[in-house]
Write a protein that binds this ligand. Structure first.
Ligand code: ADP
Ligand code: SF4
Length: 696
């Protein structure tokens, strides 16, 4: 057994980061530092307001100088149901927002709100009002709903809605009030856009006319609340669509020049959301810098920008180079709400860096509380009382043996170690990380290794956690070890049968057919001849393997029963980029088909609509359909201890229970650690936010 040990030396803040802790004046208010949590969705909003308020408060506790809301609806004629955003339709919504402000103020942060009138981007499924926007158009959802063109009275009304929302926001206690023109979502951006705006009145035609509503709302809101509140604006300077949209060298820049001194703060980015929040598979930290760097040159007002910044050195150089005044963050603040505090306390190694996977975004699309691969406490702050940095002390002086150092085992070891248990983490492999060791080497997934890096470092600092590598444990050895608790985190393996969602029985396969599972490919097995990948899993694995094999020079066809490649990645804002990349690389895509048979030199495909079959040349067949838990060790140990009372507790966690996302495995490991020694509950294991019945 190889024991891993390192020494921990606590340190203080490095003076080169002092600049990040300087206050910045924003109109009538000042932030205590340059860490700025820009608006981000969270799937809690108006439906789970206590959860939302607690989560925002924890960001402020973690040192973010500014903490903003998500998009906040300002009128029932522009509502986003079933997507859960903030809601500020009338004064009855003030208490929820006031609660959030109080939580932020309690930690010395400024509270910002992003009111939004979405227009073209609303279907009004709940209110059933006819959506309205700059010109008559179908709403952006693929639904049989069209928005009507706003007349001049409508324009006056929308200006008024913004003012009324700003006055309510001021009453609720907000310090920074946005005028939102970002992400191709707000009516203001639709007026600006030549794509949508075909008006012939004073609000259409020239840029001066198209910018009119933006200018008016900025002025209206400033006049209404600018005495005490700073007026910020979020504006996408480039839509990454060339001459079809705004560009940072063309009209995007012109808009900033025209309105340069109107707001107290420019919050600038690129649009739309899948450009702004690109995953690490497609964009590195800081990819927006070149688009937004002109802004500070044309305004005297402070500028905030985003780019998945997690490195304080990168932040300092952005400030010193004059690119930004404030470091904006959504995802980095989700992955680590305490990032600023950790920089301040000189604990850079403790920063839980965002991996750019966009699991957080998927929660918003599913209208459920935010979750995060790196931060298992995200969304659980109120309902489970989970704090990202604090955890209850061990219930007793007890020991835990964890078998398997993948995401679930690593997180369980880290959190149990933090609680003070005596933890032994054993893994058969020569490195910690489990599935991430191999997946982190696939094209575009390198940053995912941060899930390992953070946890590996943390447990290396804990004298009460011992790590043993190259240690394959048998069930007998487990029990001989003498721990009070045994946790099996042995993960899962891909099946070779093709069974999954579309196929209930194994694919008929000849004995001489060459079938490789994703595990075998990741372990270095060689594909030969034309490769067919059959993806009935629909997340990243099928497309990433296609990319890898195509880059290695193979002819690759990706067959899927879905209508498009990696269809679940619509939820991570990646699907379009994935399919586009594969097609540009020359990967053939066969949607709406499953595989009926696998022979030595071909596969037979079946059309999901007509049932017609045809053959496709194939020398290597790669089924990507499902994984099965690697639970043999658990079952053997359970067998040995069955009926005995003098034995340790035995539990499975992570993929060994049921394979899922890395986020789910981390959550499972964390949950085990939180619940050890706690009384078991057979009721709902979290607090609920119940709807209130009206009096009548
Ligand atoms: P999860 O995603 O649930 O954390 P992983 O598949 O990433 O699971 O990790 C499982 C880990 O368990 C792998 O690193 C593997 O080497 C290890 N493992 C599996 N069986 C044994 C065993 N009998 N003894 C020690 N380690 C094991
Ligand atoms: Fe970052 Fe992924 Fe967490 Fe989102 S879910 S904050 S992208 S680590």
């Amino acid at each position: 057994m190889t024991r891993v040990e390192t020494d921990f030396v606590p340190s203080k803040r490095d003076p080169r980061y002092d600049i990040l802790f300087e206050p910045v004046q924003i109109g009538p208010v000042a932030t205590k530092n340059r860490f700025y949590q820009v608006p981000h969705c969270n799937g809690m909003g108006h439906q789970f307001p206590s959860s939302m308020a607690e989560m925002r408060g924890i960001k402020a506790e973690g040192g973010w100088g500014v903490v903003c809301t998500e998009q906040v609806e300002i009128h029932h004629s522009s509502e986003l149901t079933p997507v859960i955003e903030g809601r500020f339709w009338d004064d009855r919504d003030i208490p929820v927002m006031a609660k959030m402000c109080d939580k932020i103020h309690a930690h010395g942060g400024l509270a910002g709100i992003e009111p939004c009138y979405d227009g073209l981007h609303t279907a009004n499924r709940y209110s059933r009002e006819i959506p309205m926007t700059v010109s008559a158009r179908p709403v952006s959802y693929r639904e049989p709903i069209q928005a009507r063109a706003m007349d001049l009275q409508d324009i006056r009304d929308v200006r008024r809605y913004h003012v009324e929302a700003a006055i309510r926001a001021k009453k609720a206690g907000f310090d920074i009030i946005y005028v939102y023109a970002g992400h191709d979502l707000s009516v203001i951006s639709h007026f600006l856009s030549r794509r949508y705006n075909d008006r012939s009145d004073a609000y259409g035609g020239s840029l001066e006319n198209r910018v009119r509503l933006y200018r008016e709302i900025l002025s209206d809101v400033k006049d209404a609340v600018g005495d005490r509140c700073a007026i910020a604006t979020r504006f996408a300077v480039d839509e990454l669509m060339g001459s079809a949209g705004l560009t940072s060298e063309g009209e995007g820049r012109d808009v900033v020049e025209m309105l340069a001194e109107y707001p107290d703060l420019w919050d600038v980015n690129v649009s739309d959301w899948d450009n702004d929040s690109m995953t690490s598979r497609f964009a590195q930290s800081g990819f927006q810098d070149s688009y937004v760097s002109f802004v500070k040159k044309v305004t005297s007002k402070p500028v905030v920008g985003v780019g998945r910044y997690t490195s304080p050195d990168a932040m300092v150089s952005l400030i010193k180079s004059g690119a930004l005044d404030l470091i904006g963050a959504a995802r980095p603040s989700i992955a680590d709400p305490f990032l600023p505090k950790k920089v301040e306390e000189g604990r850079l190694e403790d920063i839980r860096e965002c991996i750019g996977c966009n699991i957080c975004v998927s929660a918003d699309f599913h209208s459920v509380p935010l979750r995060c691969t790196q931060n298992p406490t995200m969304g659980e702050e109120w309902r489970k009382g989970w704090h990202p940095e604090r955890i209850a002390k061990a219930h007793a002086e007890e020991s835990v043996l964890i078998v398997g150092g993948g995401p679930s085992g690593l997180e369980a070891a880290r959190a149990l170690g933090q609680r003070g248990y005596h933890v032994t983490l054993a893994d058969a492999a020569s490195e910690l990380g489990g599935r991430l060791n191999r997946e982190g080497r696939l094209p575009g997934l390198g940053e995912w290794r941060r899930v390992i890096d953070y946890r590996k470092y943390q447990i290396s600092q804990m004298a009460n956690v011992d790590t043993y590598l190259e240690s394959t444990l048998s069930a007998d050895q487990l029990l001989e070890f003498g721990a009070d608790h045994i946790v099996i985190a042995t993960g899962a393996k891909w099946v070779s049968t093709g069974v999954g969602r579309a196929l209930y029985a194994p694919i008929e396969t000849d004995a001489n057919a060459h079938v490789l599972t994703p595990d075998q490919l990741m372990d270095g097995a060689e594909a030969s001849g034309p490769v067919v990948i059959y993806d009935d899993e629909h997340y990243y694995m099928g497309s990433v393997l296609a990319e890898k094999l195509r880059a290695e020079g193979h002819a690759v066809t990706l067959v899927t029963p879905a209508a498009d490649v990696s269809t679940w990645t619509h939820n991570t804002l990646e699907q379009h980029r994935i399919q586009s990349r594969l097609m540009k690389m020359g990967v053939q895509i066969v949607p709406n088909h499953s595989v009926a048979a696998c022979r030595k030199d071909h596969v037979s495909l079946t059309c999901g609509y007509t049932g017609q079959t045809y053959t496709l040349a194939c020398e290597t067949f790669v089924p990507v359909t499902m994984r099965l838990p690697d639970e043999a060790l658990y079952l053997q140990a359970a067998d040995i201890i069955a009926g005995r009372s003098d034995v340790p507790s035995l539990r499975k966690i992570g993929d060994c229970i049921a394979p899922g996302t890395i986020a789910a495995a981390v959550y499972s490991g964390h949950r085990y650690a939180r619940e050890l020694g706690e009384p078991a509950s057979d009721g709902v294991p979290f607090r609920r936010e119940l709807p209130a019945l009206s009096a009548d």
